[in-house]
Design a protein around this ligand. Structure first.
Ligand SMILES: [Zn+2]
Ligand SMILES: [Zn+2]
Length: 479
């Protein structure tokens, strides 16, 4: 902790410690490792600003007639009145409203202040570059990838947001290297946000090896390494909430993925983390409606990639009726078609992902499969403390069958894996999720095809749409 009290610590106008700590971030005043006096001086001289963390707003003119105030949390953007509560506050000695939505990041109350830096930026931490590329990746892009990489870079360089609408397994990450490289050489701060911790963990080592001279920080719940001054930040969307007015360019991977879909806080976090007018690169296999229509109407620049980088078509899901699968799982029985498939795949020594709707089913089904003699089987779900170990064991082949909930629907890539969904008709499997799950198959050029099976008790619209979308992409890809 730095406590600045001596006058001499304030270099002519501001302290570089305060600048470094606060630049591009927003903190509650009580989180700052500086004395009140120091903060006050910076405030008076206009280097930092302070605003209330929670304010009242009028959502609708009708609210003028209601006596209850509507609250909004300025840290996380929460406006859901159910997510506010109040307590008698020791600090302001009043009944004080607080936000429950972002409580895990430390309480913000009506009497809390949010502090951010508005003074000059610290001297660029840009890697010394003689104009030569920072990216050391030596692979080659397909023609389609290459065209997309150029168009993306061109748009972002001119401050325009851009959509990369690319089939699963088309090599989206490689497409953004060019734009990242250019931005970094210009001394820009770049963020790559993704919805899931697993994806951050997968991308971090990859980008570190591709950009060896760049300081890169990986932020996810529980991550220990976070360099505040890193030029490139790879972060879950949740962790971006600590940033304010920081990034010159933000990439959002898997923009359609679950938390972005349902949690407006994450869109708020991205907006807040970006500098005003900073362009956003959206990467997705299944764009959400708003982005899709903006793109189709020409309001958002973008490119569509309908072929995987290895040039093979997307595996198309096959449907298998298995009757009441819920009851089978509860009774500890494997539906016959599933058992047959598992046996065949065992003979072929293939690795399998088996998706089920709930955590309970992960446990029950894992046990049943093990009892049937498939000993190298494990189950994972979001709360599983051994999740990362198990995923690693699966990657290195120690585990052959991984039973999982939708947490592994994206990001985790294992060459040669084949996939089944038991209970594909369950509501948790919407069209997007089913497309992503299908996209786990055939991603490597060594093994570009494989089974994707939907075991169900009655076809759903989501299943049919997912299959249609995949067939449509194959058609556009010229297959
Ligand atoms: Zn909040
Ligand atoms: Zn208070």
């Amino acid at each position: 902790m730095m406590l600045l009290t001596r006058k001499s610590d304030l270099s002519p106008n501001f302290s570089s410690d305060v600048q470094r700590f606060l630049y591009g971030k927003e903190y509650r005043a009580e989180e700052l490792p500086f004395s009140d006096q120091v903060i006050k001086e910076h405030l008076n001289k206009g280097y930092v600003t302070m605003r209330p963390a929670i304010t009242a707003y009028n959502a609708h003119f009708l609210d003028l007639f209601s006596y209850r105030k509507k609250w909004q949390c300025n840290r996380c953007g929460n406006r859901d009145q159910e997510s506010f509560a109040s307590c008698s506050c020791a600090r302001c000695r009043k009944e004080c409203v607080y936000c429950r939505h972002c409580l895990t990041m430390g309480i913000v109350r009506a009497c809390s202040r949010l502090v951010r830096w508005v003074g000059p930026a610290p001297a660029a931490s840009a890697p010394k570059s003689d104009g030569s590329e920072l990216c050391t990746w030596t692979g080659t892009l397909s023609e389609e990838q290459n065209a997309a990489a150029f168009a993306l870079d061109h748009a972002l360089a001119h401050g325009d947001s851009f959509l990369v609408w690319a089939v699963t397994g088309s090599g989206k990450t490689e497409i953004i290297y060019k734009a990242i490289d250019r931005a970094l050489r210009e001394g820009h701060h770049v963020a790559l946000a993704t919805p899931r911790t697993d994806v951050v963990r997968e991308l971090l080592p990859r980008l570190r090896s591709v950009f060896p001279t760049v300081s890169i920080s990986g932020l996810y719940a529980g991550s220990e390494e976070a360099y505040p001054e890193a030029q490139l930040v790879i972060s879950t969307a949740h962790q971006l909430i600590h940033y304010a007015n920081c990034f010159d360019c933000i990439f959002i991977d898997e923009v359609d993925a679950f938390p972005f879909h349902y949690d407006p806080m994450l869109a708020f976090a991205v907006q807040k983390a970006a500098k005003p007018g900073a362009p956003i690169g959206y990467l997705t296999a299944t764009p959400p409606e708003a982005l899709k229509s903006a793109y189709l109407k020409g309001k958002l620049k973008g490119v569509k990639i309908t072929r995987r980088y290895h040039g093979h078509p997307l595996p198309v899901p096959r449907f298998h009726w298995v009757g009441n699968w819920t009851r089978s799982i509860q009774k500890g029985q494997l539906p016959k078609p599933l058992l047959d498939w598992l046996l065949t795949k065992k003979q072929q020594a293939r690795q399998l992902f088996l998706f089920v709707p709930t955590v309970t089913m992960v446990r029950e089904l894992t046990e049943t499969i093990q009892k049937e003699g498939f000993v190298r089987t494990a189950g994972v779900h979001a709360e599983d403390p051994d999740r990362h170990t198990k995923v690693n064991d699966f990657r290195n082949g120690k585990i052959r069958i991984l039973v999982t909930t939708t947490i592994l629907e994206r990001g985790v890539t294992v060459p040669g894996v084949e996939v089944a969904v038991l209970g594909a008709d369950d509501r948790v499997f919407d069209t997007c999720a089913l497309v992503q799950i299908s996209g786990r198959v055939g991603r490597s050029s060594a093994s570009p095809s494989g089974d994707i099976l939907f075991f169900h008790n009655g076809k759903t619209l989501a299943m049919v749409r997912a299959r249609r979308q995949i067939e449509q992409m194959n058609k556009e890809g010229g297959f």
